[in-house]
Design a protein around this ligand. Structure first.
Ligand SMILES: *Cc1c(COP(=O)(O)O)cnc(C)c1O
Length: 306
């Protein structure tokens, strides 16, 4: 059961100039445009279609979820709650900085209440006392219910690119990779860990098993994290600049920059070879770019050159 929050399927676009720039043949590389969804764009919406159906079925009046200060998942939950006429409380961790507004600004526009610091359980208890019926969505929406959204994406890819040898995705809370693996098989999916959780492999494997798939032979790169979740790496910066300059695609430092850097490393190692049809999943996150100091750095550079 799902509630409709966007238009499907998302497009699969060729990326010949980017392919050539990273050492593949022009016809090898395709981008699955899960950035082109509603609610500001991104992968969480596929999960939220399932999670909102579950919450609404249970009679929820307010959705509660958690994440970092620039969580795309929190922003999309706030937008979905607005769309469905429900309340939304976002429990964020970290140090919000209004000079880098990004997702935080959108959450304000969507009418969510943002609290920084407290435990989710305490927020839920307060809401119950106030007569609300809260429903908690876990970090990144990566429950088994949420991960089902990526079974649907796997089915779209089976139609759009039946001969894809590799499907490459960023891995945060793991639900995206898990749904793809459950739908396409572990051998065809390459995940790139972003440092969002300490135990990505165990999380993905548990979700794959719960979805009825096999996680044997899971392909998960853990070499792109750098100084941690959200920290820009040299490889991600290069990937962001290359994707933008060759295809007009907008990536960001936290997820998609690292995911493309992981593909670049896989090509350099020969784990992904020219002639193998490769789908790179664009998981969205554009607002997060404007929540990161990197955007300010690029703006300064362009002004210095003017
Ligand atoms: C959350 C997120 C991911 C990671 O997805 P998970 O299902 O949490 O692993 C990747 N890219 C973007 C832009 C995200 O917001």
């Amino acid at each position: 059961m799902t509630v409709p929050l966007s238009r499907w399927p998302t497009p699969l676009d060729p990326a010949p100039r980017l392919a050539r720039a990273i050492g593949l043949h022009p016809a090898d590389l395709w981008v699955k445009r899960d950035d082109l969804t509603d609610l500001g764009g991104g992968n969480k919406i596929r999960k939220l279609e399932h999670l909102f159906a579950e919450a609404e079925g249970a009679g929820a009046t307010v959705l509660v979820t958690e994440g970092g200060v620039q969580s795309n998942h929190a922003r999309m939950t706030a937008a979905a709650a607005a769309r469905r006429g429900l309340g939304c409380v976002l429990v964020l961790s970290g140090d919000p900085d209004p000079r880098h507004p990004g997702n935080l600004a959108l959450e304000g526009l969507f009418g969510a209440r943002v609290v920084v610091g407290p435990a989710v359980d305490d927020v839920v208890a307060q809401l119950r006392e106030a007569g609300e019926r809260p429903s908690v969505i876990p970090l990144g929406g990566s429950s088994v219910t949420g991960a089902r959204g990526y079974l649907t994406c796997a089915a779209e890819l089976a139609e759009q690119a039946p001969d894809a040898v590799h499907v490459v995705t960023a891995v945060g809370s793991g639900g995206t990779m898990a749904g793809l693996v459950a739908g396409l098989g572990a051998a065809r999916v390459l995940g790139v860990h972003t440092g969002a959780v300490p135990d990505p492999e165990a999380r993905v494997a548990a979700l794959v098993a719960a979805l009825g798939g096999s996680a044997a032979g899971l392909r998960l790169r853990t070499d792109q994290v750098g100084d941690g979740y959200g920290a820009l790496t040299t490889a991600a910066e290069h990937a962001i600049r290359t994707a933008a300059a060759t295809e007009g695609l907008v990536l960001e430092p936290t997820y998609t920059g690292k995911a493309l850097a992981g593909l670049v490393a896989a090509v350099q190692e020969g784990a992904v070879r020219p002639g193998e049809r490769t789908v790179w999943l664009h998981t969205g996150g554009l607002p997060g770019l404007f929540g990161h100091p990197f955007a300010e750095q690029v703006a300064r550079e362009v002004l210095d050159r003017s």
